[in-house]
Design a protein. Sequence first.
Length: 364
Amino acid sequence: MSQPMKTCILIVNLGTPDAPTPGAVGRYLREFLGDGRVIDFPWLPRKILVNGIIAPIRRFKSAREYKKVWTDEGSPLLLYGESLQRELQQRFDTDDARHAFGGEVKVELAMRYQHPSMDHVMARMEKDRYDRICVLPLYAQYASATTGSTLEKAFKIFSKWYVIPEVVAISQYWNFDGYLKGFVEQAAAFDLDSYDHILFSYHGLPERQVDKIYEDRKCANHSCEDEINDENRQCYKATCYATSRALAERLGLAENRYTVCFQSRLDSKWLRPFSDDVIVERGEGGDKKLLVFSPAFVADCLETLIEIGEEYQEVFEEHGGEHVDLVPSLNDHPAWVEGLEDLVRQRMGVAPRPNSVASGEPNP
């Protein structure tokens, strides 16, 4: 009889402060924004900017915003992560999953910044001596500042292990069935025809970070708003537009019914159009009701609950609009949990679950 295999699925999200206080938020911002893949400046200017300007100033305002979304149990992003971990673990604890993977499967949750830290969680994983590990960043569209940072951190930790197991790294899955299906099912609670316009709002990035994907260092030359091709398939902007087209098709939306836009910008040289500018234009143009999807966030957080749910509502009202509604993120939705199981099975090359309809291209 062959020796059973031990498999670990490590799901990783961005992170959250440990508490909605200026001190905790400052620690989070220093770690997050101090990452060279997030703010891609040389080390010394980045350190001066983050530790001397951004974190000391932003920690107070951000702490007030975190208090608005904080629950008695803690941060929504962490709570949804823990729920997702539990739900996935239940799916991998079935006889079918154990048979497909050749043994037990453990699901671990880590955060790229703050806690539970990747260092702490992966130290425990090293002691457990897994035969195979799947690293699954919870970002459907690849970006160096998110997925790239997570995978770089994971491989740095792996490089210090004496025994390095087989590793599968999932870099993006924007076109995977379970991811798209989850948003479509979340949208079922809304009457799409009752809205004047629909926005697909993604977290923004500096244009220079997107340009770095290409040999000619120019995203604008590669049809990113219109198609996915061999040159732009790893471009964040291109996959955001492709995600929106895929969702629009499933939702039955004509092209003139929706707009792709980018939120959370820090300056004018970020991806356009800016979500708040689109909100202003739609309000001044006579729209009264907008519905917003935020597909780059698989768990609701400050950027969805506050930036879209509150700030964009205020902006819209100031410019003649009435209601901005937010489609909840995937969080721990059953279609999302099921889809992640299918994704892991596919990318790890094991048998699909019974009656699975998983689809999506392999890693680019």
